[in-house]
Design a protein around this ligand. Structure first.
Ligand SMILES: [Zn+2]
Length: 241
């Protein structure tokens, strides 16, 4: 990079790194739980449309819970691993540049800091101090928008998705297998729509979006999923499949 290169767009986000990262995790957890609720509710309500067998409901619900949570965990593991590999490669490249052309790198850091509104003299001074303390960390944060001490761990991300989906999926699973047969459908529908009201509201709040619209969308999506699978299950059940 040369002095004239503007800071990368994502580097602005580095400022609020800690809080931003926590919010992202929280949002991922809420969305994961939401996924677990909707997909498992659709599954068990569909099976309930076809059969009154509690064993069948338990088998289907548990399989759906495991399949969904494992697939979320694997997907998260893969995507975070890719991100981490690219961050590690960027850090290695930065380390090499710092070793091979320290002067250019100091100029670059100065320019990036000046881009934040520091005067050239102050930016230079700041860049020199940051470089003296920990040059790689300074470039990682200011230039790449990465905190080298806090790279996302793919295993943590995988576990978090697994747990969030499982927590969500347990609700419709328990709601369909615990109550007596005559009440199980309504208990499930009511508790699922209630839970989606919470997750939809929370997800919208975390995203700084209008809460009423976000909540309504989430609840409507869940209601639609259950209506469709129940309809399909009833048709299959009536046809004797
Ligand atoms: Zn650099």
């Amino acid at each position: 990079m040369t002095d004239a290169t503007p800071p990368p767009a994502h580097h602005q986000a580095a400022e609020g790194g800690g809080l931003g990262t926590r919010l992202n995790w929280l949002r991922a957890a809420v969305l994961g739980a939401n996924d677990g609720i909707v997909s498992t509710a659709g599954l068990v309500v569909g099976v309930a449309g076809a059969t009154g067998s509690r064993d069948a409901l338990l088998t289907a619900g548990l399989s759906g819970l495991l399949a969904g949570s494992l697939s979320m965990a694997v997907g998260e593991y893969v995507s975070v691993s890719v991100q981490r590999d690219s961050e590690t490669a960027a850090l290695a490249a930065e380390k090499r540049e710092l070793h091979e052309s320290p002067e250019e790198e100091l100029d670059e850091l100065t320019a990036l800091l000046a881009g934040h509104g520091l005067s050239p003299a102050v930016a230079r001074e700041a860049a020199e101090q940051l470089t003296a303390r920990d040059a790689l960390k300074a470039h990682a944060r200011v230039e790449l928008g990465i905190d080298p001490d806090a790279l996302t761990n793919p295993w943590h991300a995988a576990w978090a998705s697994f747990l969030a989906f499982t927590a969500g999926a347990l609700l419709p699973l328990l709601a369909i297998v615990l109550p007596p047969a005559s009440a199980r459908l309504w208990v499930t529908v009511v508790s699922v729509l209630g839970a989606l009201t919470l997750t939809g509201w929370w997800a919208a709040r975390l995203a700084d979006a209008p809460t009423a619209r976000g909540t309504l969308r989430t609840v409507a999506g869940g209601a639609l999923a259950m209506a469709v699978t129940y309809g399909a299950g009833s048709v299959l059940g009536a046809a004797g499949v």
